[in-house]
Design a protein around this ligand. Structure first.
Ligand SMILES: [Zn+2]
Length: 121
């Protein structure tokens, strides 16, 4: 999960290096407000805790994509190249826990993000 503010000038997402599950926790860390300089347009925006939002981190977004791609590749290659049903079953048995793990992790993150975005400082 990434906490970010939107640049007032170019609407670039400015991620902040903070660890907080709610805006209450966030305001304890940053105080009344936090200033961040935009790395795209150079304008500094000052954010109050209530103006900051949470979103899914890039790492997790990539992981979701990777799992989806690997799943498609595995299933299509299993369909085209493998005729041994036990081999296909083995591949699916190995892949399924991995996919479930990622889904669980992502869902947990969405919940955290939702909690953060609903909370008030
Ligand atoms: Zn900007």
């Amino acid at each position: 999960m990434i906490v970010y503010g939107v640049c007032k000038s170019c609407h670039n997402h400015l991620s902040l290096n903070v660890l907080a599950d709610t805006r209450t926790e966030l305001s304890k860390q940053i105080g009344a407000s936090i200033s961040k300089k935009c790395n795209r347009c150079g304008v500094t925006t000052t954010f109050a805790a209530n103006q900051l939002k949470a979103k899914l981190s890039k790492r997790i977004r990539h992981a979701v994509l990777e799992v989806a791609i690997v799943g498609v590749v595995i299933l299509s290659s299993a369909y085209y190249f493998l005729t041994d049903i036990t081999y296909i079953a083995l591949i699916i048995a190995l892949y399924t826990p991995l996919a479930i793990g990622y889904v669980w992790h992502t869902r947990r993150n969405f919940k955290l993000i939702d909690t953060f975005n609903r909370s008030k400082a």
